[in-house]
Design a protein around this ligand. Sequence first.
Ligand code: ADP
Ligand code: MG
Length: 431
Amino acid sequence: MKVLVVGSGGRDHAIAWSFARSDRVDQVYVAHGNAGIGLTATCVNARTIEEIAAFAAAEKIDLTFVGPEKPLSAGIVDLFERRGLAIVGPNLAASRLESSKCDTKLLLRELGVPVPEFEVFSDPDRARDYVRSVGYPVVVKADGLAAGKGSLVCDEVKDAATAIQEIMEARVFGDAGRRVDIEKRLYGRELSFFCFTDGHSIVPMVAAQDYKRELDQDQGKNTGGMGSYSPHPWLTDQLVEIIMRRVAQPVINGLRERHGIVYRGILYLGLMLVDEADGMVPYVLEINIRLGDPEAQVILPRLKTDLVDICEAILSGRLEDFHLDWEPDYRLCLIAVSGRTKSKKGWYKGYPARYKIKVPIVGLDDVDPECLVFHSGTDWDPDGALITTGGRVFGIVARGATLQAAREQAYTEMAKVSFEGMRTRGDIGRD
Ligand SMILES: Nc1ncnc2c1ncn2[C@@H]1O[C@H](COP(=O)(O)OP(=O)(O)O)[C@@H](O)[C@H]1O
Ligand SMILES: [Mg+2]
């Protein structure tokens, strides 16, 4: 069969790789991909959801899988379904779970799912009054999609006032800041929880630890992700049971029963685990509607079950009793980013601030073929040399019987690769 993956980052490369290993798949296409994805699959230059649907119809694609949130929130699933094309992912109504933090928190409260104390505001003055009145530290979140940058964690009232000003008045995230969700800042252990669902049944995945801050020891700015590993030390069967019972099932059932929304695809719960008198409570910080990046790069290589079989079970509503097989070995992903470089007029600070692009990358061919290399921001220059095109450039995924073995191999292999300004975190997997 022919499979189409929508996306162009490291996560989407891992998804394409996962389909390419299936015995049932003859050809994998990716819209629109990148240089590295082109080594795994056939890249297609289709960018809008219209162009992607037209390609899928013309090429008679049997199954389409969507990596990122943007096409989902633009209604790609509804468009494909209208044209009778098989696609895995939540539809437009379901994608609101990621594209509106405010409506999602209100929904979760209605469903009795644990959420931090919060209020929603569209008036900045009332928002400021609120943060003054509550007397505890808050997190101010832009309502809409802001590429993972729209949540500002505040220590004091004056930080919160600044956050409100930037999001709602200066509109640094554009219309995403028309409303804000202001919530109580919680202290606990943060965990991302991923599952497959057909809208009725839910099958949890293994968990991954990710590293979002740019510098070692979680210092510096937030990034799209600097590394990850799986299995995760905290996710016990008992914890899975609690999260399923208190969060995943009420969300999927509540959407269907109260709102007529059958959620199909991947559900990603961003949780804060807080120990309370009556036990551990999984508070929902946010919901995403897709796999995480770089969590997918370590979760999917551990998946022994054929991803096509899972997709078919999701589409036909047969996920109940579906059993997933996972490899026990550790996988660790180390991301190389575009760091500090000299420019004509001074210095680029480097990702997540401004960085140089079109820098040649050397050494990737020397990486041990036992490792996986998933590309994020790469392209070929006119002479056929591999160059950077983004802040996050590629990741190396190593495998080991222990976390330490996987970590050592990832760092050893990464040392064979270089480009001007290349940087990695030094402490991925050193927990
Ligand atoms: N209520 C909260 N209490 C403490 N930390 C929070 C809270 N909400 C968010 N955060 C922190 O901010 C980060 C980003 O918030 P999140 O809701 O995941 O939005 P986004 O990923 O869109 O930026 C979280 O990963 C978490 O570390
Ligand atoms: Mg998040």
